[in-house]
Design a protein around this ligand. Structure first.
Ligand code: FES
Length: 125
């Protein structure tokens, strides 16, 4: 990859789905204790699919970019499909990450899965 792909810059300059959903159906956190970065994800679920998703991130540029990309990958997907979105899928969607930034995409995978689990737990599933 080039140092930064244009898709990376696109998300960096215009992050998608920033914020939180009021009274969400599910909430998930992702974090990396080594760098201290964290990600909060809230989801609205309708008909077992992710109708809406928002994120708040306190982290590096790669964490913000991959969190934004993750929300685009997850929105409109069934919960089953969204549960299978991996850090590698997220990384691919922004054109790849450098070796030292690869771990940043894990926050999105982690927080999304936690939000879905939170929804399922609240519904007794
Ligand atoms: Fe911590 Fe990127 S350096 S998530």
């Amino acid at each position: 990859m080039e140092f930064f792909d244009s898709k990376f810059f696109d998300h960096f300059m215009d992050p998608r789905n920033v914020g939180t959903i009021e009274d969400p159906d599910g909430t998930g956190m992702g974090g990396d204790p080594t760098c201290g970065d964290w990600l909060l994800v809230t989801i609205r679920v309708s008909d077992e699919s992710i109708e809406d998703i928002r994120f708040q991130c306190r982290g590096c540029s790669a964490a913000i970019v991959t969190s934004s990309a993750m929300t685009e990958l997850a929105k409109g997907r069934s919960l089953e499909e969204a549960m299978n979105i991996s850090a590698a899928d997220i990384e691919d969607s922004v054109g790849g990450l450098s070796e030292e930034k690869r771990h940043c995409s894990l926050l999105g995978e982690q927080a999304l899965r936690e939000a879905i689990k939170d929804y399922r737990t609240s519904k007794g599933r």
